[in-house]
Design a protein around this ligand. Structure first.
Ligand SMILES: Cc1cc2nc3c(=O)[nH]c(=O)nc-3n(C[C@H](O)[C@H](O)[C@H](O)COP(=O)(O)O)c2cc1C
Length: 183
């Protein structure tokens, strides 16, 4: 299975997951900006293509390019992996994953989530400002639950909850021999 991993990353978590995936699957790795410069013939060499992006305010950053191209790649194994600051078991993650692609796209693309973290040192200033505002709003929320308070506390500084184990479901999906479609 010749595999290509395309990713976009601001602070490095998505890049790290993309590198782990490429290493584990012996696949090729391409930053989204470089992928966008390739002509369509380039992608024909691949049996599987994964796109990785990070979560921003409930949507997946720069997913549009991949989702548009994917309509021509339905004969390939296709996956989207989303990286965010929320832990995998946060119920918001399920809601987020439901909205990342449409029901139609779900017929030929499988979506995964990998918990990443927050790195304020590498974050661009506008992102840092938005994050600080979000954390402060959460902290000051009148009827905040204990979970929300704990989350606000955690999100006030950088943290890293990424782990290579979260690539396993993606590796299994891409590696499956039969090409049955995602459900
Ligand atoms: C403006 C902004 C909005 C964000 N929104 C979300 C979100 O809705 N859900 C989430 O889990 N993480 C959210 N994050 C956190 C990032 O997705 C997280 O830090 C991710 O690991 C960044 O990936 P990267 O290192 O590849 O850039 C947000 C970060 C920023 C800067």
């Amino acid at each position: 299975m010749k595999t290509l991993i395309i990713y976009t990353s601001q602070t490095g978590f998505t890049k790290r997951y993309a590198e782990w995936l490429a290493e584990k699957m012996g696949g090729d790795l391409l930053d989204l900006k470089d992928a966008q410069k390739k002509n369509m013939d380039f992608f024909e060499n691949y049996d599987a293509i994964c796109y990785g992006g990070w979560a921003m305010a409930g949507s997946l950053v720069k997913a549009k390019w991949f989702l548009e191209k994917a309509t021509n790649w339905k004969n390939k194994r296709l996956a989207v992996f989303c990286v965010g600051a929320s832990p995998n078991d946060n119920p918001d993650v399920d809601v987020f994953l439901q909205n990342v692609i449409t029901e139609e796209q779900r017929k030929y693309i499988k979506v995964f989530y990998c918990q990443g973290g927050i790195n304020y040192e590498k974050m661009k200033t506008p992102s840092r400002i938005v994050m600080k505002m979000f954390v402060s709003a959460l902290k000051n929320k009148k009827d905040a639950t204990e979970k929300e308070k704990a989350m606000a506390e955690k999100m006030a500084s950088s943290y890293d909850i990424s782990d290579i184990k979260y690539i396993e479901p993606i590796v299994m999906y891409i590696g499956e021999k039969d090409n049955e479609k995602a459900v």
